[in-house]
Design a protein around this ligand. Structure first.
Ligand SMILES: Cc1cc2nc3c(=O)[nH]c(=O)nc-3n(C[C@H](O)[C@H](O)[C@H](O)COP(=O)(O)OP(=O)(O)OC[C@H]3O[C@@H](n4cnc5c(N)ncnc54)[C@H](O)[C@@H]3O)c2cc1C
Length: 499
């Protein structure tokens, strides 16, 4: 590839054209990881464009609720292996401003490697490329969100699209009752201040629901907080997957081992049995129950704080809140009703990361010049890990030796959440084993997203030696399970087609 970059030229239409070696669309964690990996393949000083609608990097973290905290030890939420520039213990859970500051810092590190054209506040039209000859470079029309700024076109030899899941910001639930307040985690604080004694009903028991309940219970212990949690969510026990301090020498288990243990019990059909095993051995949740898992982490202490502090847990799905002669009442999907005090605050914590309504994608398209990182064909349930390894495979000739599996997680999630969870765990165990054989050890060394790095080296080495020894058997088993899922559900779940 000719890596010579071209300067800015004026198009006849006066639309500015930026010509680059690489263009990355999306400045969230995935896009930044893709950029970081590209520094391994493009010469220093290459001209690279980074486009995002937001005014800064950070993706969904720029607009989520203020009291969100990372759920994993912070060093493993990063770009490549860029360390956090502080000395807090790994178990410290970073806050939203700290996460955003770290991502800004990561971008500043990347700026030293590339001549970076940062196009924040621009919407990239990816679909415009379907009829372009990739040899001439891809053209990405970008509309400025600020009407005072000019639109422009980015012309690039390669494009990586990391648009995230475009999770909509939660809106208040549309409730019939005029006697209650409908809120979201983002605007909750103002409602709590307005009525210091109003009871709160948290709708949803996933990470957002638990964060919200925990926040209120800790900061305002007198206020009654109930959780309407449907069939409930369980979380990986943080004390087990990420033990603190010296306990790391003997306590807990590496995630690779946990995933392997569960994946090897799953045969592609026994979803309920394998899920029950995983839940019983590795997860926690309110009163120990919960029928869903979305790979969140929770500590026993956080769980106990919510359990002890909450006024009640209601295992129902909320349909509406209506006004009756006796006052407002929650109406559940089952038909049951429950009276609540007037003025109650109903918080919508029902957001899902996978929505199933984005169009299916080709992994690599337009003559191999464009890579799309998307949950419609993911390599791992974390988009950051997907971005890291897919970008390596995109640039590297070694991809021919890496028969990794991609899954249309949106489609599978829509059809059966239990099957999605088991497929995701199987994939997250199998793909690294396949990649270990195909990519260099340096590639793995520079992937700081792996929480297993928290454990002492002898434990890591022992685990890696064991999986290497049994690698062929493990991979074969996982492939069979995933193939069965593909057959049962008719969703994309198989080897990536790089052609
Ligand atoms: C409440 C919540 C808590 C979470 N907590 C954790 C956690 O503790 N740990 C963890 O690992 N993960 C967590 N996650 C998952 C989180 O989504 C991922 O960690 C990660 O940040 C997602 O990064 P991304 O780059 O894939 O997507 P995003 O962060 O959504 O970034 C995508 C970017 O692409 C831009 N974009 C999209 N389309 C265009 C376009 N056409 N033109 C220009 N720009 C475009 C968007 O503006 C956005 O900035 C959490 C998610 C949520 C919702």
């Amino acid at each position: 590839m000719d890596d010579q970059s071209v300067g800015i030229v004026q198009a006849p239409t006066a639309t500015r054209i930026e010509s680059c070696d690489l263009c990355v669309v999306g400045a969230g964690l995935a896009g930044l990881n893709a950029l970081w990996v590209a520094t391994d393949y493009l010469p220093e000083g290459s001209k690279v464009a980074l486009i995002d609608r937001h005014p800064r990097c950070g993706g969904m973290w720029t607009e989520t609720y203020d009291f969100v905290r990372l759920h994993q030890p912070h060093p493993y939420f990063t770009v490549g292996d860029i360390p956090w520039d502080w000395n807090k213990p790994p178990e410290y859970l970073a806050t939203k401003p700290e996460i955003l500051r770290h991502l800004e810092y990561c971008l500043s590190v990347i700026r030293k490697k590339f001549s970076l054209v940062e196009l924040f506040g621009y919407d990239a039209d990816i679909e415009a490329n379907s009829d372009i000859n990739p040899r001439q470079g891809l053209r990405i029309p970008c509309s400025a969100l600020d009407p005072d700024r000019p639109n422009l076109t980015v012309e690039a030899r390669r494009v990586i699209v990391a648009r995230g899941n475009e999770v909509p910001i939660a809106t208040p639930l549309n409730l019939t009752s005029a006697a209650v307040t409908s809120a979201t985690p983002v605007d909750l604080q103002s409602h709590l201040q307005r009525d210091p004694s109003a009871p709160v009903f948290v709708i949803g028991s996933g990470k957002t629901g638990m964060d919200t309940a925990h926040q209120i219970i800790v900061s305002d212990p007198e206020r009654p907080v109930s959780i309407v949690g449907g069939r409930g969510t369980v979380f990986f026990d943080r004390n087990w997957v990420a033990p603190a301090g010296l306990e790391r020498w003997w306590k807990g288990k590496l995630t690779l081992k946990i995933f392997g243990d569960v994946a090897m019990r799953f045969d592609g059909t026994n979803y309920d049995e394998a899920f029950a095993y995983c839940r019983g051995k590795y997860t926690i949740g309110l009163d120990g129950s919960g029928e869903h898992c979305f790979f969140g982490y929770l500590s026993r202490q956080e769980c106990k704080t919510v359990e002890d502090g909450m006024a009640g847990k209601i295992d129902q799905y909320l349909d509406d809140v209506i006004d009756t002669d006796e006052g407002p009442a929650l109406v559940f999907r089952s038909g049951a009703m429950m009276p609540v005090p007037p003025g109650s605050i109903i918080v919508n914590c029902t957001g899902f990361l996978l929505r199933g309504d984005s169009p299916p994608i080709d992994r690599v398209s337009t003559g191999g010049a464009m890579l799309t990182i998307s949950s419609r064909g993911s390599l791992h349930f974390l988009s950051s890990v997907s971005a890291y390894f897919l970008t390596h495979l995109f640039f590297s000739e070694r991809r021919v030796n890496a028969p990794v599996y991609a899954i249309d997680t949106d489609a599978l999630f829509e059809l059966d959440r239990r099957a999605w969870f088991m497929a995701a765990i199987t994939q997250a165990f199998m793909n690294p084993l396949v990649l270990l054989n195909a990519l260099s050890m340096r590639t793995f060394d520079r992937c700081g997203l792996n929480t297993d790095r928290l454990f002492p080296l002898p434990r890591i080495v022992a685990t890696l030696a064991e999986v290497q020894l049994n690698r062929r058997h493990y991979v074969e088993h996982c492939r069979q399970s995933l193939d069965r899922i593909a057959q049962t559900y008719g969703v994309r779940c198989g080897e990536i087609d790089w052609s």
